[in-house]
Design a protein around this ligand. Structure first.
Ligand SMILES: O=C(O)CCC(=O)C(=O)O
Ligand SMILES: [Fe+2]
Length: 300
């Protein structure tokens, strides 16, 4: 499918050295993948979304759905499945060059959407909900088989430390876990910040290394990628403007549902499990094109 990219777009793909950098560090800052017009359209479409406009709505609300509504007030906003509910946003997220960049980083032939979350941090320096504690995304994806999933963090403007940009813990995707801890499957909003800072430091020590925090300074139209085991988080929005972004979670073609039990015997589920069609052997189908469309394939 590389012929779907223009000459100029092929120049935007990560080089072999950059793919090696991603493998070593667990994060990567892209070139300018979206035009200013595309980024502005994301911001405008998100405002229409917040005002209530939908192209379609989820048929039901899964148990752990993040879904900000105006009644929730001036807290950090998270809205899952925005690629399903807004066609204007989906159209831009599905730009082939983005999928091609992800496929190179993940060394995969096919990429599908796993989730997209629309995010808004209000410009309130002391708003506690604006802080995203340290976590890695695979913790929420125990029902997935893949170890290659990754996330694009896509701000709708230049994004830096003053705005509370996403910050990576360099190389942490390669860390061994100190032990299985069931609290990690809880969403970060339900977890204790202090506890996580300490856990991160202990984890680094266990891996004979230290915590190197790298804030992603992301120019307009660029985005960062992080591996599903890379620890990341973000701080307050100290600017005078909202920090707007989409967290675009991607799965490689090989990813499937697996049954995963916690130590108490309970089975981990993901919100998809009550939405997507089933595979012939009765598992949730993480390749359901309605919720998890293909955005890049080398074969067609
Ligand atoms: O909003 C942020 O700063 C972090 C988002 C995040 O956790 C992610 O993109 O996986
Ligand atoms: Fe995350």
């Amino acid at each position: 499918m590389l012929e779907k990219l223009s000459e100029e777009e092929r120049e935007l793909l990560p080089t072999a050295e950059e793919v090696a950098f991603y493998s070593e560090h667990g994060w990567y800052l892209t070139r300018k993948l979206f035009t200013d017009d595309e980024v502005d359209e994301l911001a405008e479409a998100s405002e229409r979304f917040y005002a209530g406009q939908r192209d379609r709505e989820l048929p039901l609300r899964p148990p752990k759905l993040a879904y900000w509504e105006p009644a929730h007030g001036a807290v950090q906003r998270h809205n899952d499945y925005v690629h399903y509910e807004s066609d204007a946003i989906a159209r831009i997220l599905r730009k082939p060059v983005l999928g091609a960049v992800a496929a190179r980083l993940a060394r995969a032939d096919e990429m599908r959407i796993f989730q997209s979350t629309l995010i808004y941090k209000p410009p309130k320096p002391n708003e506690p909900s604006n802080v995203v504690p340290w976590h890695f995304d695979r913790h929420y994806w125990s029902s997935c088989t893949s170890e290659n999933m990754l996330t694009a963090f896509i701000p709708f403007h230049h994004c830096d430390e003053q705005m509370g940009t996403i910050t990576m813990v360099d190389g942490s995707h390669a860390w061994k876990e100190t032990g299985s801890d069931d609290t990690t499957v809880k969403h970060f909003a339900e977890r204790d910040n202090e506890d996580l800072e300490q856990k991160l430091a202990r984890n680094a020590e266990f891996n004979n290394t230290d915590v190197r925090k790298i804030p992603m300074i992301i120019p307009k139209g660029h985005m960062s990628f992080h591996h599903c085991r890379t620890y990341h988080g973000s701080g307050a929005n100290r600017s005078d403007r909202p920090r707007r972004a989409i967290s675009f979670h991607l799965q490689d073609g090989a990813n499937q549902y697996r049954r995963f039990e916690l130590s108490d015997g309970s089975v981990v589920s993901y919100n998809h499990d009550v939405l997507v069609r089933q595979t012939p052997d009765g598992r949730p189908d993480y390749a359901d094109p309605t919720y998890c469309p293909v955005i890049w394939s080398e074969s067609h």
